[in-house]
Design a protein around this ligand. Structure first.
Ligand code: GAR
Length: 208
């Protein structure tokens, strides 16, 4: 099995980006991050990428000169990277249809809730909605990206208990710990060619 080539798209702190980097560095994951795409200059993810000598494509709305140009820059960088998999790790922009179509079944996203509950919105909105909904269990979901927001086939989920005394921050942090496990795990399944997609459902093939 050859090394899986990744483009990671992120807008925030980049703790999930770091979890992928750590899994690669510890040889748990046979992957290479070719590119980080961000729409937020100097965000934590961009700083972590620079530190790790990973090329960064920054295309903020302002620096790009408008939405159309922003998507053109992003699309060109992603296409030229020749990645096997695009990983949305806290990316707060909805991808244009053209990229979603071009990379069908090759884009994954991590979302901080047990989808289909609390879909839409960026962290910490889903965690806040979970607290307000009074649920006793929440968690995170890794799913394939389709044109419908947060509605693509689910690949993996991890649950956490929601405590009576939880704040949005405490719940978000508990969920993040699980995100850092499940995201590298799902990328590993892709690298091993174990992700099967059939009739809009995902299953993971067993190893021999
Ligand atoms: C994570 O909690 C991720 O699930 C969430 O953004 C956070 C990014 O954290 N994604 C979404 O809300 C997508 N709708 P990070 O920058 O520390 O990886």
């Amino acid at each position: 099995m050859s090394t899986i080539r990744l483009t990671v798209l992120a807008s925030g702190n980049g703790s999930n980006f770091k979890a992928i980097l750590d899994a690669i560095e510890s040889d748990e994951l046979d992957a290479e991050i070719l590119l980080l795409v961000t729409n937020t200059a100097n965000c934590g993810a961009a700083q972590k990428a620079i530190k790790a000598h990973i090329p960064v494509c920054t295309c903020s709305l302002k620096s790009s000169g408008g939405r159309t140009r922003q998507f053109e820059i992003m699309s060109k960088a992603i296409t030229e990277s020749k990645s096997d998999l695009l990983v949305l790790a806290g990316f707060n922009l909805i991808l244009p249809t053209q990229i979603v179509t071009q990379f069908e079944n090759k884009i994954i996203n991590i979302h901080p809730s047990l989808l289909p509950s609390f879909s839409g919105g960026m962290s910490p909105q889903p965690q806040k909605a979970a607290l307000e909904g009074g649920v006793k269990v929440s968690g995170c979901t890794v799913h394939l990206v389709t044109e419908e927001l947060d509605a693509g086939p689910i690949i993996a989920q991890r649950a956490v208990a929601v405590h009576h005394c939880d704040t949005v921050d405490s719940l978000a942090n508990r969920i993040l710990k699980e995100e850092h496990i499940v995201l590298p795990q799902v990328i590993k399944w892709f690298s091993e060619g174990r992700v099967c997609i059939s009739d809009g459902r995902v299953s993971i093939r067993n190893t021999e």
